[in-house]
Design a protein around this ligand. Structure first.
Ligand code: ADP
Ligand code: MG
Length: 310
């Protein structure tokens, strides 16, 4: 009997603005640590976030590029957790009311892949654990760089429509081409502008969706394909030997070519989301959305179709 692999990707994309999503700090890549962090990014008492209009414009451009509905009332929430590179103690992120809803893209093969939503959020700072194996547990000390704190991100949640590592790679390439075409991002995976978490499950063709594992730390298109192939094989072997797949987050190790458990579903955090009281809802004017629509460049899909038609 055959197995079918089911994949759904969550892509974090850095938007190409010169300044951050809620402050005027620069977003230039590779600057000296903590030279691009303002009082807002450091969460000093009394500071308030101000939404960068260009961030919204890019999110709308992308949304239109994937045929999504643009949310008339999207809302920012607080996602609460503690980590040294998150000075506020919460990340501002859209939760149940995102800006882009229900889009799709077409792979070069002609297959249509659904996109559930794309929501805006701020990036966190970056921690570097020094000594030991580079993991927090056996480090001698840790360094915190807040240059990345508040950099605008769009999280793009794909539907579980992909069926192989190759298809997943084609999906990310197409997503990147759309983003680059509309100018919303440089899409550079090697600089962390585009990060992918992949959800993988296996099932018998026609059966309901199986239990999924989320694989993190996939840093290139090549690793994406390898991680999916490894993870699908691992799950098939488990099921065929009479065991069950348990829902968990796994870490891809590019050196060993394996995934390993990072945390189980039971350890999932309750982020206590609630609406961010310091920001109003995002309610873009329909006329402004139409103006953006009419200024969109031609998309990769349209260019492909034109070539075929001519
Ligand atoms: P969460 O709230 O845990 O992030 P979601 O339902 O939003 O879960 O799904 C997150 C991602 O997982 C989406 O990209 C979706 O396509 C994918 N996904 C959901 N169920 C499965 C499954 N059974 N197999 C593979 N991918 C899945
Ligand atoms: Mg998610």
């Amino acid at each position: 009997m055959q197995w079918e692999t089911v994949i759904g990707l969550e892509v974090h994309l850095q938007l190409a603005t010169r300044s951050k999503i809620f402050s005027g700090s620069a977003t230039t890549f590779g600057a000296e640590p903590n030279t691009q962090a303002s009082a807002v990014d450091l969460a000093m008492p009394g500071t308030l976030p101000v939404l960068n209009a260009q961030v919204v414009r890019y999110a709308v451009m992308f949304g239109l590029g994937i045929g999504a509905h643009i949310g008339r009332r999207s809302v920012f929430d607080r996602k609460n957790y503690f980590y040294p590179d998150l000075p506020k103690g919460y990340q501002i992120s859209q939760f149940d009311l995102p800006i882009d809803i229900d889009g799709w893209l077409e792979l070069p093969t002609g297959k249509i892949v659904g996109i559930e939503r794309a929501h805006l959020e701020e990036d966190t700072g970056k921690s570097t654990h020094v000594g030991g194996g580079g993991r927090i547990h056996d480090a001698q000390y840790s360094l915190v760089d807040l240059n990345r704190a508040g950099v605008p991100l769009l999280e793009i949640v794909g539907k579980p429509d992909l069926r192989s590592g190759d298809e997943a790679r084609a999906y990310v390439s197409e997503l990147r081409s759309i983003l680059v075409a509309v100018g919303a991002s440089d899409g550079k995976m090697e600089e962390g502008s585009l990060r992918v978490d992949c959800n993988v499950s296996v099932r018998r063709p026609g059966a309901p969706l199986g239990t999924r594992c989320e694989v993190k730390n996939v840093n290139s298109l090549r690793s994406l394909g390898r991680a999916i192939d490894y993870e699908a094989r691992r799950q098939i072997d488990l099921i065929e030997s009479g065991e069950a797949v348990s829902q968990e987050t796994r870490h891809w190790n590019d050196d060993t070519g394996r995934t390993q458990t990072l945390r189980s579903k039971e350890e999932a955090t309750d982020y206590r989301y609630f609406p961010e009281p310091d920001l109003v809802e995002v309610d873009p004017d329909p006329a402004w959305i139409e103006e953006i629509r009419s200024s969109l460049p031609s998309l990769p899909r349209e260019r492909r179709h034109r070539l075929v038609d001519e």
